[in-house]
Design a protein around this ligand. Sequence first.
Ligand code: NI
Length: 137
Amino acid sequence: MVRLKRFGVSMERSLLGSFDRLLKKKGYTNRSEAIRGLVRRWLVEDEWSKGKGKVGVLLIVYDHRKRDLSARILEKSHHHHHLIISTLHVHLDENSCLEVNILKGRPKEMERLAEQLIATKGVKFGQFIPAASGKGL
Ligand code: NI
């Protein structure tokens, strides 16, 4: 069982009002859950800033009809097979593909691979999301 500890937080009324409106909009049911989410996000950012990130998600959207693009993406992915632990490929429509790659490894290597794939000529959209290993969260 998880042991919880209560603590008091003081803040300006207007700031609290803005926080309450935002957490409701985002779907949080109470302040505690929203604050826990913010703290966890901060911890993940800190983990990555210290070069200790271990897991990340890379998504790219591209047109598979572009000359050699699928082959170039596949080539780069195979070259870095030790970093990519899983890939989900979705055919969004007749032309567009969405690929979600779960990366695991050294932060710099993951970021470098993400940059390379996102910068591949013909990739329409790409985003790398540093994620948490789950430890300490
Ligand atoms: Ni496809």
